[in-house]
Design a protein around this ligand. Sequence first.
Ligand SMILES: C[S@@+](CC[C@H](N)C(=O)[O-])C[C@H]1O[C@@H](n2cnc3c(N)ncnc32)[C@H](O)[C@@H]1O
Length: 371
Amino acid sequence: MIATIRSLSKGGNGIVLLSEGVCFVPYVLPEETVEIEIFPYKKNLWKGELKKVIHPSPFRREPLCKFFGSCGGCNWQHISYEKQLEYKKEILLYNLKKITSFPIKDINLQLIASPHIVDFRSKVRFRIQNRKIGFLKKESHQLQEIDYCPIINQVSNQALSRARKSDLSSNELIIITNGQQVLTSQDEKDRYLDFFFSNFSFSINCNNFIQSNLFLLQTMLRLLTDFVSRIKPESVTELFSGAGFFSIPLARLCKRLFAYEIEPANIRTMHYNLKKNSVTNISIIQADLNQSPIKNSDLIVVDPPRGGISRKLAAQIASGCQAIAYFSCDSATFSRDLSYFLSKDFQLEKLFLIDNFPHCDHFEIFAQLKK
Ligand SMILES: C[S@@+](CC[C@H](N)C(=O)[O-])C[C@H]1O[C@@H](n2cnc3c(N)ncnc32)[C@H](O)[C@@H]1O
């Protein structure tokens, strides 16, 4: 059938309104006229497969990568980078409007683009199937073999080439880079890769969490420390602290920091990082934050996985501090959690959209809230 794309959904697909329901079409842009084949998948919901672009959008671009469309990684390489940023902003504002009662015109939203749109990934996890390395195809368990990926940098691509020639016995290959060096899951298990910042160094191994855009690590730290410097907290509670990327600069700005994290691998690395940087005012607490109580503090820093935070945890945060620094990688769960904090007398001071993920519909959000 021939269809016109209305807008992009959260998830990055084009929306087509059918008389029978809504159809989601990947690899298209708003206002394009396209030929699609449609398949029902849920009540009133359809999936569309792009057959031909009849009237392309002026913002359509040649994809960077020969695997675009078959690889399940990037889904927006066909969109100019400036327009990707605009669509991300629209998706965030749409969710905020739909889910919270916050007056959109009052939002002080700042958009921070990625300084580079290739070579930016700090960490990549490839699958290995039948001794071949790649990414899973979109919505599939089938492997798309990959020999080069433009969003990982040159040293990471070199590590990929070396791994392709090696004996592949595991089912995944993880590569992390600080820009110049790499560490892979094929290297010895007790090795660390160091990242250097103005007043501390941060080390991780392949099992640890790291924010994904090499060129925005420093920016994320600056946005957080600027807010903390304004609040001047004596105590800080940090939830979902990972291996301590935020914790070390935060600890320098307060007397006492309580860091909560569930993964033993991240906690081991955090102890290593604290020792290396001679930080002594952090208490690390291993806990499942869906279950456990948390310490009250002047400021609570939160950086949860995509699902956001439970209502029980949100209630503890709201009654346990005067200011919240909330990082999120999902605009829908973020809007839900923000809505709760607004109902508990917090005010949204500033909101940042940080584009950690060029060529994907994902983005990072940073909210500064005060009672
Ligand atoms: C988005 S990462 C944030 C890491 C850290 N802020 C950083 O910048 O490196 C989320 C972290 O939450 C941890 N996590 C996930 N579920 C958790 C839970 N239920 N309780 C405690 N920590 C959890 C993960 O292991 C991960 O390290």
